[in-house]
Ligand binder design. Structure first.
Ligand SMILES: NC(=O)c1ccc[n+]([C@@H]2O[C@H](COP(=O)([O-])OP(=O)(O)OC[C@H]3O[C@@H](n4cnc5c(N)ncnc54)[C@H](OP(=O)(O)O)[C@@H]3O)[C@@H](O)[C@H]2O)c1
Length: 404
């Protein structure tokens, strides 16, 4: 679908300087919704005025009160008015650049993309309808044209490109990140923002692909927001508005430091590293005891992902336990504390490795190599070739909705 932002962009790009009081957003954009599915719902509502915008929510999270900001507080006309003089310059078009950029464009904002000319991301941006010279530029030019500089390069590239990019981030612009990585680990990354710009963060809690698919479904991903530097007094408000603009449904407040510690820890732990390690350990013991690959896979991965984990997601751990046999429940209740005790020292070690910067240095070294894409692909291929995941392919092929 041709984006409205793309259609209005040539006009907008002639007016990239902050021209207070004049909107560069087409009136058509004001009628566009947060997503294709939600559009009809919003369109059916009576005219939205800023006065009827709801307040933020203070919610009780297990006894701890936290403020949550939500999309309903930022109806599209308010969002358009707020960003009427801004050009969002997305630097980098990987997973997050793709998701956040397309969502902000579909929301009717002025968005441009800056990537290495003729690199893999340039080609992907072309395929997504970004137009060279209008909405797609080499990195330096996009920064020059943007008022809000959204640094969505890989974390390693944010560090290696900083000496060239930093002088372009001039007074009046806003510097945006989706991870606290570069700024928090400044001794290693050498990313020290200029002191005269707002520095903010919107970190979606999921991959950029999910940022996009949830938006298209009319939902919105949960994101964290944080302020590192508030020069204008408006940094937090801007972070919230940008969070909604890029497709978040709910925004939770944090700091750059807490965001990066929890994120690096979580992905190395339960979300990715831990889950692969647990799956593999369980599978190997089953295989060593004579179980077939299909039985070992079904009992380790298939039942988890297809039956039990979705129940945890929907209603919590106790609900999943209650949905299983009394035999299963007894065993799970007995063994859970044993796994907790065995794993806790590993998690303590992991958190320390995140906090002291070891994980950051490893990531910068590895992802800073010119061969980082090939090197990562080689290691992922090794996982793909493990027996457990080869068995998984055959199990998955039997599903009625299987697609290769
Ligand atoms: N992915 C996630 O799940 C996720 C979730 C939340 C937050 N974040 C954060 O969002 C930010 C972006 O992450 P991502 O996963 O979307 O990006 P990514 O895939 O790690 O990075 C891809 C982008 O970086 C560019 N790039 C790499 N090396 C470069 C270099 N030396 N010079 C110029 N450009 C270079 C690539 O361009 P080429 O194609 O030209 O190489 C591409 O556009 C990061 O701070 C990340 O931590 C990511």
């Amino acid at each position: 679908m041709a984006s409205l932002a793309a259609r209005t962009s040539s006009k907008a790009l002639k007016n990239v300087s902050r021209t207070v009081g004049r909107s560069t957003v087409s009136p058509l954009a004001a009628s566009r919704s947060y997503s294709l599915l939600a559009r009809s719902t919003v369109a059916a509502k009576p005219k939205t005025t800023f006065e009827n915008v709801r307040g933020v929510k203070t919610l009780d999270f297990a006894g701890s009160k936290e403020v949550v900001y939500e999309r309903a507080d930022w109806p599209l006309p308010k969002l358009h008015e707020y960003f009427k003089n801004d050009t969002l310059a997305l630097i980098g078009y990987g997973s997050q650049g793709h998701g956040q950029g397309l969502n902000a464009r579909d929301n009717g904002l002025n968005v441009i993309v800056g990537v290495r000319k003729d690199g893999a991301s340039w080609k992907e941006a072309l395929e997504d309808g970004w137009v060279p010279g209008k909405t797609l530029f080499p990195i330096e030019e996009a920064i020059d044209r943007g008022t809000i500089i959204m640094n969505l390069l890989s974390d390693a590239a944010q560090s290696s490109t900083w000496p060239q990019l930093a002088p372009l981030i001039t007074k009046g612009k806003t510097l945006y990140f989706s991870h606290g990585f570069s700024v928090v680990y400044k001794e290693d990354t050498h990313v020290v923002p200029p002191t005269d710009v707002d520095v903010i963060l919107v970190a979606p809690k999921g991959s950029g692909r999910t940022v996009r698919t949830l938006f298209k479904e009319g939902r919105g991903i949960n994101s964290s927001i944080a302020v590192f530097q508030d020069v204008t007094g408006k940094a937090k408000e801007k972070a919230i508005a940008l969070g909604i603009a890029v497709g978040s449904g709910y925004l939770y407040e944090t700091t750059f430091e807490k965001e990066v510690y929890s994120d690096l820890y979580g992905e190395r732990g339960v979300l990715m590293g831990g889950i692969q390690g647990m799956f593999l350990a369980q599978y190997k013991v089953l295989r060593a005891n004579g179980h077939s690959p299909s039985e070992a896979f079904n009992e380790t991965v298939e039942e988890a992902t297809q039956s039990l984990f979705p129940l945890i997601g929907q209603h919590g751990m106790d609900y999943m336990y209650a949905a299983c046999s009394t035999t299963a429940r007894r065993g799970a209740l007995d063994w859970a504390p044993i796994f907790e005790a065995a794993n806790r020292p590993v998690f303590e070690k992991l958190y320390e490795s995140v906090k002291n910067g070891t994980e950051t240095r490893k990531s910068l070294e590895f992802n800073g190599r010119s061969t980082y894409r090939e090197d990562l692909a080689r290691e992922l291929k090794e996982i793909d070739e493990q027996e457990i995941w080869r068995a998984g392919k055959t199990v998955r092929s039997l599903r009625p909705d299987y697609k290769q």
